[in-house]
Design a protein around this ligand. Structure first.
Ligand SMILES: *[C@@H]1O[C@H](CO)[C@@H](O)[C@H](O)[C@H]1NC(C)=O
Ligand SMILES: *[C@@H]1O[C@H](CO)[C@@H](O)[C@H](O)[C@H]1NC(C)=O
Length: 530
């Protein structure tokens, strides 16, 4: 008994000693902790600058900001937005931000952020009211873009100009829109007018913005203008004409304008990162198919030649299984493959979010671009949300997409990448200038772009925030806001006011990156109390 008691006593003493030891360690830990601040997400930030030649900009698109609808020819978004039921809040882009009158303010605001370039788009029907050049050109339209470009020149801001950001002249839609192969020629004539008129003032041209959305949203599913539902053929059919139109504009510039104007021509493709749910071959292949159908269908013909073979084979097999004689995917002749291949000086990339991807055999009876991929794509429920159902902030996704995990590996000849859009939406109930989630979004996405450059050695040469100000967000009207400036749509002057995110972006641009933790924390303090 006594032995047992002694043993217990000894154990207790030892335990008291180790208990005291633990208390001392914890106290020391607390002191160190209090002196250094919280170990936090900021310890994951990669501190460095972007390369000296890196360019920062911000973007808008004609139909989303211009307004001034009565001063131009009608386009497909006029028709679509004026059709009841198509736009969430029943609104239209008739007035939008009225950049038709406020373009000087827009340029001043770009300058206030200290940016190197402004990405905007030209409204085809503002220059050529019917879209057919032989039917007439609008001098007032030419004048509008000259004034905008002159103002940019005055402020020493480079122009990055998109030729097609979704607003096709209505007359060309009446001819079938992008299902009509002759539109490649109409587009080349329009591009010719733009190069000839504005080329000396434009450093970079983007032929098409997100052709995937035009084809899939406009012709296959129908949630965007012109609202066609050509299931199984809409995307493939229109990709053929759009790729030819892109190449026609690129080749025209290369042959006739490049030696005089010294600009560059590229295309802007959009893509989400696809994260396989696990490491199995079936799920990794499914994630790869997601990316091939999303961006490969456009990038492969332009960078490497022809559609990706996985798409050609799959669509042919699925078509045969259904007993069709002909594949739903158009076939390029060798001449057409050669004509489209190599038509890029840079690759524009818009990326906002990520999807988890899992193999899933598609059982749909109906042919469909989505069904052809045999997969299920979804958001991880732990990811934060935003003002848009499709947009879940996943900052590491953009780095994986850019790096050897995908684009750098798939297209070793990619030359230069410019992130031509990246940003996040919200749906505030009242005026909200302190947009903390957007500050956080830009901090983490820009930092991942920086890591793609510095660690993964991807040649990203520019970054473009979307968007300069809140604007007409397509089928969601004015319900979703993406701006770094708040737009007061209820005021006749459509007043713009800088948000916290604008101030934060300006800090990064000024410092050309992320100098150190203390500076970042100081910026965040300043932005918080803005
Ligand atoms: C295709 O477009 C051209 C104009 O580019 C038009 O003349 C022709 O009639 C259109 N074809 C069809 C089938 O509508
Ligand atoms: C696309 O569809 C239209 C209308 O059905 C057809 O006239 C055209 O030939 C198709 N284009 C291609 C490239 O298959």
């Amino acid at each position: 008994m006594e032995e047992l008691f002694n043993l217990c006593w000894l154990t207790l003493q030892r335990n008291i000693r180790s208990f005291m030891f633990t208390v001392i360690i914890l106290t020391l830990g607390m002191i160190v902790f209090m002196l250094n601040g919280l170990p936090s997400e900021y310890d994951k930030i990669y501190f460095d600058q972007f390369p000296a030649s890196f360019r920062f900009g911000i973007a808008t698109a004609s139909y989303q900001v211009e307004g001034g609808a009565s001063h131009r020819g009608k386009n497909i978004w006029d028709t679509f937005s004026h059709t009841p039921g198509n736009i969430e809040d029943g609104s239209t882009g008739d007035d939008a931000c009225d950049s038709f009158r406020n373009y000087e303010t827009d340029v001043k605001n770009v300058a206030a952020l200290g940016l190197d370039f402004y990405r905007f788009s030209i409204s085809w029907s503002r220059l050529i009211p019917t879209g057919v050049i032989s039917e007439g050109i609008s001098e007032a339209g030419l004048d509008y873009y000259h004034k905008l470009l002159n103002k940019l020149e005055e402020e020493k801001i480079e122009a990055m100009v998109t030729l097609y950001h979704w607003d096709l002249p209505q007359k060309l839609q009446d001819y079938g829109g992008w299902t009509n192969v002759s539109l490649a020629e109409r587009f080349q004539e329009y591009a010719d007018l733009c190069f000839k008129s504005f080329g000396p003032k434009v450093k970079r041209w983007i032929t098409f913005n997100e052709p995937r959305e035009t084809s899939l949203g406009g012709y296959e599913i129908g949630y965007m203008a012109p609202g066609y539902k050509l299931h199984g053929t809409g995307t493939y059919n229109t990709s053929y004409t759009i790729l030819r139109a892109h190449a026609a504009a690129y080749r025209l510039y290369a042959e006739r304008y490049r030696n005089l104007q010294f600009g560059e021509v590229g295309i802007t493709l959009n893509c989400d990162w696809a994260q396989p749910v696990d490491n199995s071959v079936a799920n990794r292949d499914a994630a790869d198919r997601f990316l091939q159908w999303y961006i490969g269908i456009w990038a492969h013909p332009i960078l490497l030649g022809d559609y990706p073979s996985v798409i050609k084979e799959t669509v042919k097999t699925k078509t045969n299984a259904k007993g069709f004689r002909k594949s739903r995917l158009p076939e390029f002749s060798q001449d057409e493959v050669d004509y489209i291949k190599g038509t890029f000086d840079f690759l524009g990339l818009n990326s906002y979010t990520t999807r988890m991807v899992q193999f899933k055999q598609c059982q749909d009876e109906e042919d469909h671009y989505n069904c052809d991929q045999d997969l299920k794509a979804f958001a991880d429920p732990t990811w934060p949300t935003s003002g848009s159902s499709w947009l879940r902030p996943v900052p590491w996704g953009i780095r994986k997409l850019l790096s050897q995990r995908w684009i750098k590996h798939q297209y070793p000849n990619y030359r230069e990448i410019i992130v031509t859009e990246n940003g996040v939406s919200d749906r505030p109930e009242s005026v909200t200038l302190c947009d903390q989630p957007r500050v956080n979004f830009f901090q983490n996405y820009l930092n991942n772009v920086l890591m793609a450059i510095r660690i993964d050695e991807v040649n990203v040469v520019g970054y473009t925030a979307w968007s300069l100000m809140d604007n007409f967000e397509w089928a969601h009207g004015y319900t979703e806001r993406f701006g770094l400036f708040w737009t007061s749509f209820d005021r006749p002057d459509k007043l713009r006011t800088m948000k916290s995110s604008g101030l934060f972006y300006k800090k990064i641009v000024e410092a050309r990156g992320f100098p150190n933790k203390q500076t970042l924390l100081d910026w965040l303090d300043e932005v918080d109390t803005y």
